[in-house]
Design a protein around this ligand. Structure first.
Ligand code: OXD
Ligand code: MN
Length: 582
């Protein structure tokens, strides 16, 4: 017996019987164990050692070339009723899904070791945390889970006391894309994933549990599991503010969470609580408190450097596992946007020369590191009670239309703003890049149930509290024919500063049909080289373009039929009405 929890022991035994591994290893989560995994993967060629003088304890993993991103078309929500999964998810009948997976999992671990990873999402002693156990045959997955979660003995102890855990079963199978499935059974709190070793498909604690299954748990238990970073901002007076922000994958959440204040903001400090996922719970006074369920970052590498984000760069310079970057002549990792080094091999391991017009690193190449590597790590990331959220921000990648920032008129209007998010697709998921698609609350790939029910759940909070965070929308990506209008990165603090002042009720704003925008001069642009007409262009709201957008949003909402909350349609009608009067 490896655990006193009979359900867990029985399940592990059953999985072993089905998958037929040579050995079963229960992970204890110790540093020694991590080092053993690294040594084993260096030996097998799964990892390559990088230059340890300049990048201490950093390794490179090259994935199968067909396995470099999340596969949304192969990701399913298997609820007994299809309507519960909603038009926003692929659905399969649970019995059919299980029997398909039983066939694929049969003997899939023969000749391999099966690893059992008990993990805790969130601080080990927080009532808001939830536990799971991932079974996998991939040492790469174990090493990544070690960096990304609180895993091993302590998590197992919590599971034994609590007697509740999400069951996650993963195998890389034969990495055949034809036999790749990421299946979720929310009613059974179970995940089964086969055929991929890519983080978002294979680190089951991340998207599969902390978002898809947790969003279902959150609906039942009246909290929210969101695709949001959590950042702490301290002003020169020492006041601290906590902001949660949802942006689609690869739209700068990690950068915003690790923001470096510009020189014109002396005395301001920015610290990171989380860069990808937030779990929000309401307290008795109606305030939202957020924890980050993760303990590490699985960030996009390209574009990161000392100038764009010093903290992110420092974070990934040691103890990191890189996936699908190139390497330089002195064996350092290399990616597009890195400021020094002479790249000689691309992400596939082929020879590379700087004048090639191919990418050296894969556009979705990643780094995995412990959050504690971040010079801006906030100790409150480990606080069992989480942090109080004053503002929620939604955003997308829109080269046109959306202004730099606007504020929703109230919570229900904010839910419409979140539900209407549209964004240009990125390399984080397989498929075309740069196409605008609706990505409500940045949760399109991650909501484990029908969006109509999810929006109703969001709306329900306005009846429960007078103390809710204010809701905003930002767009760092607006362009003219010369490129981006806003410099982004550290300068985004100027926008957060305005948001914080709005939360403190310190300044007024201008009312428009889509929400409140800053009064000219209220966004501090001192020291910024930005032409006045570009600043105006950043805030242009074109009523015709917006009416067309609202039309598209309505069409999208119509997909949800009768189940769509009427309140959301009311909010939509109010905006259309105001735009039509312009
Ligand atoms: C991620 C994603 O990896 O959103 O965080 O795809
Ligand atoms: Mn993400």
């Amino acid at each position: 017996m490896n655990t006193t929890n009979k359900e867990l022991q029985n399940w592990v035994d059953q999985v072993a019987k089905l998958t037929n591994p040579t050995a079963v290893h229960w992970c204890d989560g110790s540093n020694q164990e991590y080092q053993n995994f690294i040594a084993q993967m260096l030996e097998s060629g799964d990892l390559l050692k990088l230059n340890h003088e300049t990048f201490p304890n950093c390794y490179l993993h090259r994935s199968d070339q067909t396995d470099v991103a999340r596969v949304e078309h192969l990701t399913f929500i298997c609820t007994s009723k299809q309507e519960d999964a909603g038009p926003n998810n692929n659905w399969m009948d649970p019995d059919e899904a299980h029997s398909k997976l039983d066939n694929l999992f049969k003997d899939c671990m023969s000749g391999r070791t099966m690893y059992v990873i008990p993990y805790c999402l969130g601080p080990i002693d927080s009532v808001y945390s939830r536990c799971g156990v991932e079974i996998t045959d991939s040492p790469y997955v174990v090493a990544n889970m070690f960096l990304m979660t609180r895993m091993g003995t302590k998590a197992l102890q919590r599971i034994e006391t609590e007697n509740k855990f999400v069951k996650g079963m993963h195998s890389i199978g034969d990495l055949n894309p034809e036999k790749r499935f990421i299946m979720h059974f929310p009613e059974e709190l179970t995940i089964r994933s086969i055929g991929s070793g890519y983080g978002g498909n294979a680190l089951l604690g991340k998207k599969c549990h902390a978002l898809r299954i947790a969003s279902w748990q959150a609906l039942k238990e009246k909290w929210l599991a969101e695709h949001m970073l959590i950042v702490e901002i301290e002003n020169p007076e020492g006041d601290k503010f906590y902001i949660a922000a949802a942006f689609p994958s690869a739209c700068g959440k990690t950068n915003l969470a690790m923001l470096i204040p510009p020189d014109t903001y002396p005395g301001w400090k920015v610290r990171t609580i989380g860069d990808d996922i937030a779990w929000l719970h309401m307290d008795n006074s109606g305030r939202f408190w957020a924890i980050n369920p993760e303990a590490g970052y699985f960030g996009v590498v390209p574009g990161t450097n000392q100038d764009t984000n010093q903290n992110a760069y420092e974070t990934l310079k040691r103890d990191a596992i890189y996936t699908n970057v190139g390497i330089t002549d002195n064996n350092e990792p290399w990616w597009e946007g890195k400021l020094e080094g002479n790249p000689t091999k691309d992400w596939k391991g082929d020879d590379y020369s700087s004048d090639s017009n191919q990418d050296c690193a894969h556009p979705n190449s990643r780094f995995t590191v412990s959050a504690k590597n971040n010079p801006g790590y906030s100790e409150l990331a480990d606080s069992p009670s989480g942090v109080p959220i004053c503002a929620i921000i939604f955003g997308g990648r829109r080269s046109e239309l959306a202004p730099l920032v606007y504020e929703a008129k109230d919570w229900n209007h904010g839910v419409l703003v979140g539900a209407s998010v549209g964004s240009e697709t990125t390399a984080a998921a397989a498929g075309d890049v740069g196409i605008v698609r609706r990505d409500p609350m940045a949760m399109k790939p991650f909501c484990g149930y029908n969006f109509a029910d999810y929006w109703r759940h969001w709306l329900s909070f306005s009846e429960q509290s007078q103390n809710l965070p204010k809701i905003f929308h930002v767009n760092w990506f607006r362009k003219n024919d010369q490129g981006f209008l806003w410099p982004g990165f550290g300068e985004n603090l100027r926008v957060l500063d305005w948001i914080i002042q709005r939360c403190q009720n310190k300044i007024d704003a201008k009312e428009t049909p889509i929400g409140y925008v800053p009064i000219k001069g209220d966004i501090d642009t001192s020291g910024l080289d930005i032409a006045d007409e570009n600043l105006d262009a950043l805030f242009t709201i074109d009523p015709d373009q917006w009416l067309a957008e609202m039309n598209e949003i309505k069409e999208y909402f119509n997909e949800f039929g009768e189940r769509l909350p009427k309140q959301l349609l009311n909010e939509h009608a109010k905006v259309v009405d105001a735009l039509s009067k312009k």
